[in-house]
Design a protein around this ligand. Structure first.
Ligand code: SAM
Length: 273
């Protein structure tokens, strides 16, 4: 593996705690963070702190990422506070231990199907659910979680759901391979078994469920929110192309890398009225 790629992997927070070591994940997180915080800083100008929630934080690295990006992008306009939530107490304990040196971040356990804990009883300006929805095996549970996410949001706040896009997840990358049963059309509720191998041939099996994007958007629409999928691909919206180019170049990577040419990820953007 070229040295520059190794260096980028080593420097990229601790987001490889699950062992996949994915640069494409890195780009997707960065694009999402920029879109989300650019909106939040503009929409909630003068509100300090910006309250941010990371649903399904696992061992905490995604929450730290949002804190770091938020602090950089909010600069002197607002302080940023992040709450990472997970249904597993053991994940929360590990996250708390690992990141106890950081201020403005806290980790809390939440009940599966329960309301979303808030900071001082106030709603969030911004809420992330990165790689969470498809790990839930019942659509009823997805629906309940979405309702609670909307409830916990301030008016005009936004939710960003980041997911692997199953029709893109058959890409071969330099650092790991995603293997998935290839199928033209995924049906709502199909099992989504993904095998990820990293460069050291460590293999992880993810047993997710495919939830149809339009059905997820319908849940939010029924809660009187605006909801739209944005695809993180090079063929997406012009603004997405711009973000993409800037991020890839800032990482010192060549734009023509094969793995960037498939829509590996999907972002669903939800706005509360
Ligand atoms: C694949 S991990 C995603 C970790 C992290 N967001 C990231 O980007 O690296 C999914 C996490 O979601 C959590 N989770 C699953 N269902 C949940 C629910 N209903 N409410 C909150 N967290 C949930 C799991 O415990 C797990 O830690």
């Amino acid at each position: 593996m070229p040295t520059i790629f190794k260096r980028i992997i080593a420097n990229s927070y601790q987001n490889f705690e699950n062992g996949t070591g994915s640069l494409t994940d890195e780009v997707a997180y960065r694009i999402l963070g920029k879109i989300a915080f650019t909106h939040a800083v503009g929409a909630f100008r003068g509100s300090s702190p910006l309250r941010v929630c990371d649903i399904g934080c696992f061992l905490g690295s995604s929450s730290v990422r949002w804190l770091t990006m938020g602090q950089a992008l909010a600069a002197d306009q607002s302080q940023v506070q992040v709450v990472g939530l997970d249904i597993y107490e053991s994940n929360i304990q590990k996250a708390t231990e690992t990141y106890r040196h950081l201020t403005d971040i806290q980790f809390r356990a939440m009940l599966r199907g329960g309301a979303i804990p808030r900071i001082e009883n106030r709603g969030y300006h911004l809420l992330f659910a990165a790689f969470v929805i498809d790990t839930i095996t019942s659509f009823e549970d997805v629906s309940v979680l979405c309702e609670h996410m909307v409830e916990s949001l301030e008016p005009h706040g936004k939710i960003y759901v980041l997911r692997l896009h199953p029709n893109g997840v058959k890409s071969k990358a330099s650092f790991h391979d995603y293997h998935i049963e290839s199928r033209a059309n995924w049906q709502h509720g199909d099992p989504l078994n993904i095998q990820i191998s990293n460069q050291e041939s460590k293999t992880i099996h993810l047993e997710d469920t495919f939830w149809e994007t339009s059905r997820i958007c319908d849940i939010f629409t029924s809660l009187r929110c605006e909801s739209e999928p944005l695809s993180v691909s090079t063929t997406g919206l012009p603004s997405m192309q711009e973000y993409f180019t800037r991020e890839v170049l800032s990482l010192g990577l060549p734009l023509e890398m094969v793995e960037w040419h498939v829509p590996l990820y999907q972002i669903i953007q939800v706005k509360k009225q």
